[in-house]
Design a protein around this ligand. Sequence first.
Ligand SMILES: Nc1nc2c(c(=O)[nH]1)N[C@H]1C(S)=C(S)[C@@H](COP(=O)(O)O)O[C@H]1N2
Ligand SMILES: [Mo]
Length: 437
Amino acid sequence: MSKKRGIHEFYQQDALAADRKLWGRESDSISRRGFIQKSSLIAMSMALGASIPFAKYMPAGLIPAALADSDEAFEIPGKNGLILLNDRPINAETPAHLLDDKITPATRLFVRNNGVPPAAIAERDQWSLQIAGESCLRPRRFTLAQLQKRFRQRTLQLQIECGGNGRSEFYPPAKGNQWTTGAVGCPEWTGVRLCDVLEDCGIADDAFYVAYEGADSHLSGDSQKLPISRGVPLRKALESESMIVWAMNGEPLPLLHGYPLRMLCAGWPASVSGKWLKTLLIRNVLHDGAKMTGQSYRVPCETVAPGTSVADEDMCIIESMPVKSLITFPKSGVTHKQGGKFAVRGHAWAGDATVHAVSVSIDFGATWQAAKLEPPANRLAWQHWHTQIEFPESGYYEIWSRAVDDNGISQPMVLPGWNPRGYLNNACHRVAVKVDA
Ligand SMILES: Nc1nc2c(c(=O)[nH]1)N[C@H]1C(S)=C(S)[C@@H](COP(=O)(O)O)O[C@H]1N2
Ligand SMILES: [Mo]
């Protein structure tokens, strides 16, 4: 159900809205003029691969010729090969073979927006983060520069996966972005530990939850509403891998991924990792922000039959994500010449746990062969695996991969438990290979 659209179609419907969605550029709808905000300019320059010396003369609602001349499927600026699932808000996933890098480059990281990214972002060093909440003893505000100076900086490779990754396979279908396998990635993030910052502001004895508020706006345009505001229990917030980050792979965070600051708690649904971070609340109750309550990011506490409607009070919040693997080489659909060894590789991850083993099958799960599994770069980073297989004769094959975590829990071969919103599909990944004689 992927929706591939040409950039012209995108701009034809509403050019100024296209500008806003792609670059965060706000302009006067009558004169079509207006100053390009710095953050929009950065986004545009990144997509075009060069700075734009005459940007101040660039009319609003104009498709940059460098993008307009290409007849390729429309690409989100700054992204490479991602498939657009929705353009309001922007959501795009990465085909499995484009996730082959050990460290996911910015151009290959999926995008999940619940609202409209902030348009006019102040200078990066003037951004401030407020720490408050009922259980915060010394509420205060830090500029980005103060955060960088006051706390020890660290860089970790951390995996994020949308809770709805794999949703497209559930039946009866669940509403929401029809992610296949590509709403996951594992870049390297630089920032400070969340616990260092929270402790500096004083955590009261009754502290229970840590929640974020971002600077993005609600799709309805209602400035009183946040598109999303979630969080994690204090114990997760205080883990040493939970961070407040400003850089991804050594570069400032891209606008789509939360520039200039985001919260990052890996191994849980990525919806807990708030982008465009403005406020952190140390709360003495279970946070009740947008998409924390009701059916969002929750699954039935007890298994239900497919299609069952479940009352809100019988739904439980998703915490650690389940064990999962991805085959990033070969690309599904390749043709291979019979004979010799054939390399297969990918990544595996297991929420808060570690992956213990990965195996692959070319006979629809009848037999499995162990792959070589590397340790993670650090806790909560995905792990790489590779192996070689031999095809006994020509024909159509599927390579399946299956990971087992260190609690002995395995990926299921078929769909796991159906749930109303289509979360947590961690079924084995499969790719097709045709072997020619
Ligand atoms: N402020 C804010 N933070 C957010 C979101 C959002 O819409 N607004 N989406 C969340 C969800 S549902 C996911 S899956 C991840 C996606 O992160 P990415 O777009 O950097 O891949 O961001 C999370 N943080
Ligand atoms: Mo998500």
